[in-house]
Every structure is written in structure tokens, then in C-alpha cells.
Design a protein around this ligand. Structure first.
Ligand code: PLP
Length: 265
């Protein structure tokens, strides 16, 4: 029983199940738990994958996703929602419409289109529905440079992509860029506010984007302003990557529960 401790902040995470435990909701739940939050997971898809490859996935009916969200929101009061794999236009539509009725909730959008292994995690193009329906309710979107280029519709550098995505605030990550260091940048309505430069690690990690977006959600749920939340989240991610391990034959998995960077409230 918890004694003398504040209630952990509740964060709803909406995304897919990855049975290897590396990405998706497992990554979200581990990150949020390590950072002192309670995760309320809404399942959008069951993926069939391991650390080597994505074999297939099946989406959950949009009406069932809506029912999961509404049922949790009838009872719990998350201050933040983080979205990940949303699969198709119909799911984006119900998720945005439920969130649109809760303007008090801050929304962190990881615009999952492909996995880190470059395999499709969507049915049809998500670019238009994400931009039209979900981004308007987002406090921040967290594309990697490849996703930013797809969303911007241009093979451009991060600054140019951000300018083309100026209807929302974004953090564009540089893990997939060609540079020797990893450069992550925070843009408010297209204007760069801050840049962070990190060493490039030698392995590829399954679920690092999910970890980053959930860590941002945890910081926001704890009342940090966005810049502080981004700073803390990147520190959490880098520590998790340093503590990463290779449980199979493919990508490494971030050691989200394997380092001391664990927050309590
Ligand atoms: N969500 C799910 C369910 C996934 O399976 C994946 C990748 O496989 C992702 C999100 C994105 O993962 P990453 O954080 O590696 O970009």
C-alpha cells in the first residue's frame, strides 16, 4: 500500500502491442512507470513482430478503441495523453474526436508511420488525417527526421520540415539523419527554440521513439514546461539506451528499467 506518497500522475497511452516488449505500449508503460506515472494503455493494434522483423499486424475496431478511451475517461482523469501507432484514418478520427472533447488534456503525438526497421505500421497513408485531425489537438508532435519529411511532403532538412509543419509545435529527432552526432531540435510553430546534440550510439534500438514521447508525457504530467520536459525526456532516453540490451537477434531494446534515472513524486 502507498503510504504518505502523492498519487502518481495518470497518463493515457494509445498505441499498439509489440510482443517482443521493445516498442509500443510496453515501452510506454515501462517509461511512465520508471518516471513515477501511472499508465492507462488503450490498445489500437496487435503487432506480430520481434526484434528482427515485423511480420504482420491487426488493428482493433475504431469503435472498441473509442470505448476503451471513454471508459477510462469516465473514471480516471489523465492530464496527458500520448499517442503512438494509430494504424488508419478511422482510428485517428475517433481518437481526435474523443480528445477534442477534453481540452484540459495535453496531447503528445508520436506520429508512428514506420517502425525503426523501416516497416510499415499503417493501413494507407496517415499524413492527411494526422495533420488535419490530430495535430490541431497536440501540444507537441515528436517525428524523427524520416517521419518529419513524410509529414512535410519534402526531402528537406529538419528546419525546413518544421517550417512546413508550423501549425504545430514539434521536436524533430536526428537518430535517422546522416550527421555524425544526433541533433534533436524543438520548434514552436516552425521557429527553432532549442537544439540538443547527443553522441551517436553504435546500435539500433527498438522502441526509442516511443520511449522519448512517453518520457515527454511523464514530464508534462509532472508539471514541467515543454522545454524542461524535452530536456528530461532526452536524458531518460540516453540513459535507457546506454543501459540497452539485445534479447534476440535484431535490434537492441532500451533498458528503461535498468538505470538509476527513475523519478518518483
Ligand atoms: N508502436 C508499435 C506498436 C511498434 O511496433 C513500433 C515499432 O515497431 C513503434 C510504435 C515505433 O517504434 P520506435 O520507437 O522504434 O520508432
Amino acid at each position: 500500500m502507498r503510504t504518505g506518497k502523492a498519487m502518481p500522475a495518470v497518463v493515457m497511452v494509445i498505441g499498439g502491442m509489440d510482443p517482443s516488449g521493445g516498442a509500443g505500449l510496453c515501452a510506454d508503460i515501462q517509461t511512465l512507470s520508471a518516471m513515477g506515472c501511472h499508465a492507462a494503455p488503450v490498445v489500437t493494434a496487435i503487432t506480430v513482430q520481434n526484434t528482427v522483423e515485423l511480420r504482420s499486424f491487426q488493428s482493433v475496431e475504431a469503435s472498441l478503441i473509442e470505448a476503451q478511451m471513454r471508459t477510462v475517461l469516465d473514471d480516471l482523469s489523465p492530464s496527458v495523453v500520448k499517442t503512438g501507432m494509430l494504424v488508419n484514418r478511422e482510428i485517428i478520427s475517433v481518437v481526435s474526436s474523443v480528445l477534442g472533447k477534453h481540452p484540459e488534456i495535453k496531447v503528445i503525438v508520436d506520429p508512428v508511420i514506420n517502425s525503426n526497421n523501416d516497416e510499415r505500421l499503417s493501413e494507407g497513408s496517415l499524413i492527411v488525417p494526422l495533420k488535419k485531425l490530430l495535430f490541431p489537438v497536440a501540444s507537441i508532435i515528436t517525428p524523427n527526421i524520416l517521419e518529419a519529411r513524410l509529414l512535410a511532403g519534402k526531402e528537406a532538412a529538419a528546419d525546413d520540415c518544421a517550417a512546413l509543419l508550423s501549425e504545430c509545435n514539434c521536436m524533430i529527432t536526428g537518430t535517422h539523419a546522416e550527421s555524425t552526432k544526433v541533433i534533436n531540435a524543438y520548434y514552436q510553430r516552425g521557429r527553432k527554440l532549442r537544439e540538443w546534440i547527443w553522441p551517436r550510439l553504435k546500435f539500433e534500438y527498438h522502441g526509442s521513439g516511443c520511449t522519448l514521447a512517453s518520457a515527454i508525457a511523464a514530464g508534462v504530467a509532472h508539471g514541467l514546461d515543454m522545454e524542461q520536459a524535452l530536456e528530461q525526456a532526452q536524458q531518460f532516453v540516453i540513459n535507457s539506451l546506454w543501459a540497452g540490451f539485445r534479447p534476440g537477434h535484431g535490434q537492441h531494446i532500451p533498458g528503461r528499467l535498468c538505470h538509476d534515472d527513475v523519478f518518483t513524486n
